[in-house]
Design a protein around this ligand. Structure first.
Ligand code: FMN
Ligand code: MN
Length: 474
């Protein structure tokens, strides 16, 4: 059986049943689903949620189930990469990096073999308001589609995948916002020839496809091959309804929406509750015309809880792996670990640990981590005794190993993320390096420790009552 959403739900049930909850009462995808997720978040709970009954955007009972928060913990992402739930720190980053390098060619299957072709809607049968698409935050107003968008390069046919919000405007029309990255380059080249760009939006598949969409790979690389690497098996593809084999789509998806981005059309789009935790402004954005919607007979519509852990974490892991590989290959081979913490939306801040051998390596590691990813703004470099997944330790290193007049560097007028609310100019931002490593050229205060032989000899298991052990989870 090919890996798909149902395969992942089963893995969650087996490996981490506490990471999945089911809601039986019918909910409205306009704000009610996000209210449930927000209530859970307010209690520091981030399980995947399967809403077994949902309304559609016309307020009618929908045959689609609705699912969200699939990526809202690193534990779930570890399970998506076939790891155990406790392997969510560097093990997850290293597995991502290994799979990303292991490119695998996709395989083509017939329409009959493709679950996503069980129901096909084209022409007058297309109605986006029949979907349980979520309106998430108060000022979003209308529901948005927001998931993986797949497109073929108009010149080379190589595939890209990335996430994009698409505001639902009518039964067949949406907006689409793209920062100036790969899809933007594809469409700009199509538009220069006056041509539309075919795209496929995938709602519901194995989380590995979402993790892959956030990889840092060159524009020439085929991202169906990257996705297959992340899945650890070839993704099964099938020709689209509207564009045939000019646009291959994932056969094992729950729902695929095929559309064209229209040349020379721009319309106001937004405001939208962004990954930053703030509303992004209304802007002139691209416009799409939907050409087909295909789905399974018993479809599960998956949509990310944008602006929350679900959206942050899925983006951060690919950035961690890609940046770690680049630092290792080009700058500091002794780099140990990297973490884009949730406090920085898994985008703006990174913690990097290195086994520093020569003065200045910390800055080199920090400098090498900026080019691959424009949204990264603040890099904290620490020594290898600091666990980058423990924010308290990282801030302790900043508190005790940094003098502000010496440990900080600011780089001005460098491209930043267009959605950073603190950035005044559209793409022109600045970067901060915090070197929290100990100096190499003079002695530094020794870190506290308890004699190692005593630490080994004294075991809490031998000393505490069962009740006290249970209280602290031993
Ligand atoms: C849930 C989610 C929603 C996103 N929405 C958008 C979006 O609307 N527009 C955009 O340009 N990037 C969006 N992103 C970021 C892109 O997916 C990300 O920058 C991606 O790596 C770009 O891929 P590329 O390098 O192939 O261009 C989103 C990311 C996530 C996780
Ligand atoms: Mn890309």
């Amino acid at each position: 059986m090919a890996k798909d959403l149902r395969h992942f739900i089963k893995a969650l049930q087996e490996k981490a049943p506490e990471e999945l909850i089911t809601v039986e009462k019918e909910i409205d995808p306009r704000f009610e689903a996000s209210a449930v997720l927000q209530h859970l978040e307010n209690r520091d709970a981030f399980p995947a949620v399967l809403f077994n009954k949902s309304k559609n955007l016309r307020g009618e009972s929908s045959p689609f189930r609705l699912m969200s928060n699939l990526h809202a913990t690193r534990q779930k992402c570890a399970i998506a990469l076939d790891l155990e739930k406790h392997e969510w720190r560097s093990e997850l980053v290293e597995e991502y990096s290994r799979r990303q390098r292991n490119r695998i060619k996709p395989i083509i299957v017939s329409r009959e073999e493709a679950p996503v072709k069980q129901v096909i809607r084209t022409g007058k049968d297309i109605d986006l308001f029949e979907l349980p698409a979520m309106a998430i935050h108060a000022m979003d107003g209308q529901a948005y589609l927001n998931d993986v968008v797949i497109a073929a390069d108009p010149d080379t046919g190589v595939y890209n995948s990335s996430h994009h919000r698409m505001k639902i405007k009518s039964k067949t029309r949406t907006g689409l916002y793209a920062s100036p990255r790969h899809l933007w380059s594809y469409f700009r080249r199509a538009e220069e020839r006056g041509e539309p760009l075919p795209i496929a939006m995938v709602h519901g598949h194995h989380p590995a496809i979402h993790l892959a969409a956030e990889s840092i790979v060159p524009i020439e690389d085929d991202e169906y091959e990257v996705t297959s690497g992340l899945l650890n098996e070839p993704i099964r593809l099938v020709p689209s309804e509207a564009f045939g084999d000019r646009l291959m789509v994932p056969a094992d998806a729950e729902v695929v929406i095929e559309a064209e981005i229209l040349p020379n059309v721009r319309e106001a789009e937004g405001p939208y509750g962004e990954f930053t935790g703030y509303y992004g402004p209304s802007r002139y954005a691209w416009v799409c015309e939907v050409k087909a919607i295909t789905y399974r007979k018993d479809p599960i519509w998956v949509q990310m809880f944008v602006g929350h852990a679900d959206c942050s974490i899925v983006g951060g892991i690919g950035k961690e792996a890609g940046t770690l590989d680049i630092i290792k290959a080009t700058a500091v081979p002794t780099v140990k670990a990297i973490h884009f913490p949730i406090s920085g939306c898994c985008r703006f801040i990174s913690y990097i640990s290195i086994a520093q051998k020569a003065e200045g390596e910390a800055r080199v590691a920090a400098l090498a981590s900026f080019p691959p990813f424009d949204e990264l703004k603040i890099v904290v470099v620490v020594d290898e005794d600091i666990d980058v997944f423990n924010e308290r330790q990282v801030l302790w290193a900043v508190a005790t190993r940094v003098q502000p007049d010496d440990g900080l560097d600011i780089i001005r007028h460098v491209r930043g993320g267009t959605l950073d609310p603190s950035q005044v100019r559209l793409t022109d931002g600045s970067k901060l390096i915090i070197d929290a490593t100990k100096p190499q050229d003079r002695p530094f205060a020794k870190t506290l420790d308890i004699p190692a032989d005593v630490m080994g000899r004294i075991r809490l298991e031998d000393l505490l009552s069962p009740a006290d052990r249970a209280r602290i989870g031993i």
